[in-house]
Design a protein around this ligand. Structure first.
Ligand code: MF3
Ligand code: CO
Ligand code: CO
Length: 269
């Protein structure tokens, strides 16, 4: 297993692709309202990426081994959908929570990022708490990244925090190296043991994208070949950033004017 170390040129290109990915999320934010269909969100993002940014939407026709080509340009994962939700002619409703996952390709480089959105003014407090704790899980994972540490540090920190909130961590999907390819080594687990796994080396670029379930961790795959839901139909949330290991710590690459800032305090003590 080899984890690529990005060159200064790669890093410059990744900063650009990642910022563009985050800017798609900024662009789509005002449209995430009750009544909008996930197909409309997909079309709006597709047109923005292609016509305004000069990017390629990485998901469109993406076909990893064992999968049929992904038919849309973004992933829209609503409520009990954990990840890879397919946009459809179905409206969001007041009280839903939805993850929008964007990956753009610019000059061959991939920028991968996702955020949760609260739909309307009637989201239940337990659903808001899940979204907030999952956001904090992502940042707790990011904060473990520095030379001298190991990939297992990320998962250990996330698992501890998520489980202390009474939630569970999805095991079957993980973060990943990213660059000229969408999914590169290593697999970045969101659970595990500190001090295990490969060491962090400056120049590594990967995602941290915890999927946290309000109920049990078990998943179920739908017959569309892509959509993953919680087996117990409990709510699930996810946030994703692409990060770079630096000489002194970590640089978050998927940042834009509208990126929610890192949490100043944690919900759980
Ligand atoms: N963006 C997702 C990730 O974070 C992958 C989506 S694959 C797709 O890794 F084909 F569903 F788009
Ligand atoms: Co990813
Ligand atoms: Co993603």
């Amino acid at each position: 297993m080899t984890i690529s170390i990005k060159t200064a040129h790669d890093i410059e290109k990744m900063r650009i692709a990642c910022r563009l990915g985050a800017e798609v999320l900024d662009f789509i934010t005002p449209y995430v309202k009750p009544g909008v269909t996930t197909d409309e969100l997909d079309r709006l993002c597709h047109d923005y990426m292609v016509n305004e940014q000069g990017c390629i939407p990485a998901p469109l026709n993406y076909a990893p081994p064992g999968y049929k080509p992904y038919p849309k340009s973004i992933c829209t994962s609503v409520n009990q959908v954990i990840c890879h939700g397919l946009p459809a002619d179905k409206a969001l409703k007041n009280g839903d929570i939805v993850n929008l996952d964007i990956t753009v390709i610019k000059d061959g480089y991939h920028g991968d990022t996702s955020r949760m959105f609260l739909v309307g003014d009637n989201v239940a407090s337990h659903a808001k708490r899940l979204c907030q704790v999952t956001f904090e899980c992502m940042w707790i994972g990011i904060d473990t990244v520095k030379p001298g540490g190991h990939f297992g540090d990320i998962g250990a920190a996330i698992q501890k925090y998520a489980e202390s909130a009474g939630y569970s961590v999805v095991r079957e999907f993980c973060g990943h190296g990213v660059g000229l390819r969408f999914h590169e080594e290593p697999q970045v687990l969101h659970y595990g043991k500190a001090g295990t796994g490969p060491a962090f080396i400056p120049g590594m670029i990967f995602t941290i994208e915890p999927m946290i379930n309000a109920g049990k961790r078990d998943i179920k795959s739908l017959s569309d070949g892509w959509t993953i839901v919680t087996k117990d139909r409990s709510l699930s949330a996810q946030w994703e950033h692409t990060v770079l290991v630096t000489e002194t710590g970590v640089e978050v690459l998927t940042v834009s004017a509208g990126s929610p800032p890192r949490p100043e305090t944690l919900l759980l003590g």
